[in-house]
Design a protein around this ligand. Structure first.
Ligand SMILES: *Cc1c(COP(=O)(O)O)cnc(C)c1O
Length: 397
């Protein structure tokens, strides 16, 4: 089937919840994607921060094939080897004592919401149920996580949402303090906002939020679904801030492209959770966990993290040069392999399209931010190529 036929099928049979780029992607290799017409694209989207190792990593493929041959699914009625081993890896590399596995980012946030509620109810009774999220946040699109994603465009058609969700201003500690009271159960924050425009938390804000939560005995949840697992050049995006949360959510890159989410918790939270409190039929799928063991081993290696920091400085230099060349670029933000170019236009869509035409895939983070999320294994020559294409796209603006 050619691209036109696939698009026609999709138009007729797939529910239209996505605005799509008009490419039918057929395969990937390294950091390059190929469409059905044989065109090659340098991929600075990575399936939205998922394909951290690029495409076709032989070790990930082998782990998936071997586990698929051995055991694809069995339910959490039974113990499985990959689940237990992956949990150990995540706990030993983080602040956490226990892990709950799910299938996506939004599910990892839903689990965090339930665990926080259970903790609060166990310690304080039924009143302490409210959450504080922050302006610009993105935590997912199911009813609980959507309530913590304060955007009218996403929320309004689906009201009413989970009650008791309040919204502070990102990087404004006073705004959060004003919302905290005896009913607050947890605050949820991305140490670096991805969908919201690539905004890192100010150190004083994240540290202050941590202290504020301690003072009020409110749980602190870090959503590292996008910024975690090496993307910022440290294993956890919160590492350079010197504070740790009570709960952390992970997903996107963890399964090397297979769906898996994880909710990491401290013993204080874990101690309030009992069998039956939460579950999922597909949760901790053995194939996804086996893939994640390999992915996590690679993403957490000192060499990989050093590489991400190196390419981070290289991207920063390249984008800095573009910024001095084009007045339309008002700010460049990011770290490691997550970057946002703030552009003084109504919509960066045409820039994304222009890059795509020249063979570079990028994406938006809000109307005015062009976002770059290359695989973490990207090399300098790919970055040179990407900067050249961006240069070309901006010169046409
Ligand atoms: C993408 C994302 C989610 C939601 O993950 P899904 O797998 O799409 O449900 C949650 N939080 C953050 C920070 C994200 O970037």
């Amino acid at each position: 089937m050619d691209a036109a036929e696939i698009k026609a099928l999709d138009a007729q049979y797939v529910l239209h919840t996505y605005g799509r780029v008009p490419l039918v992607i057929e395969r990937g290799e390294g950091v390059t994607l190929y469409d059905t017409d044989g065109n090659a694209y340098l991929d600075f989207v990575s399936g939205i921060a998922v394909n951290a190792l690029g495409y076709g990593d032989p070790d990930v493929i082998r782990a998936i094939a071997e586990q698929a041959g051995r055991l694809m699914h069995v339910s959490n009625l039974y113990y499985t080897i990959p689940q237990a081993r992956l949990a150990k890896m995540l706990v030993e590399a983080s602040f956490a004592d226990k892990v709950y596995f799910s299938n996506s980012g939004t599910e990892s946030v839903e689990a965090a919401i339930k665990f926080a509620r259970k903790w609060a109810r166990t310690r304080y009774g039924a009143h302490k149920t409210e959450f504080i999220s922050l302006s610009g946040a993105f935590h997912g699109r199911t009813m609980g996580s959507l309530a913590l994603t304060p955007r009218p465009h996403y929320q309004d058609p689906f009201l009413p949402l989970m009650p008791g969700a309040k919204v502070g201003v990102y990087n404004d500690l006073d705004s959060v303090e004003a919302l905290l009271d005896d009913n607050t159960c947890a605050c949820i924050v991305e140490p670096l906002q991805g969908e919201g425009g690539v905004h890192p938390a100010d150190p004083a804000f994240l540290q202050g939020l941590h202290d504020l939560c301690r003072q009020h005995d409110v749980l602190l949840i870090f959503d590292e679904v996008q910024c975690g697992l090496g993307r910022t050049g440290t294993l956890w995006a919160h590492e350079p801030y010197g504070v740790t949360p009570d709960i952390m959510t992970l997903a996107k890159p963890l399964g090397g492209g297979l769906p898996i989410g994880a909710t990491l918790v401290t013993e204080a939270v874990a101690g309030t959770i009992e069998p039956g409190d939460h579950a999922g039929t597909f949760a901790a799928n053995p194939v996804a966990c086996a893939a994640a063991e390999v992915v996590f081993g690679k993403l957490s290696s000192p060499e990989m993290l050093e590489h991400v920091r190196m390419i981070g400085s290289y991207i920063q230099e390249g984008l800095g040069d573009l910024q001095s060349k084009y007045d339309a670029i008002t700010e460049v933000r990011g770290r490691g392999a997550i970057w946002g170019i703030e552009v003084d236009v109504d919509d960066v869509g045409p820039l994304v399209d222009a890059c795509c035409e020249e063979g570079l895939l990028t994406l938006k983070a809000g109307a005015q931010v062009l976002r770059l999320l290359p695989p973490l294994v990207v090399q300098r020559q790919h970055i040179d190529q990407a900067i050249d294409i961006l240069d070309e796209a901006f010169s046409r603006e």
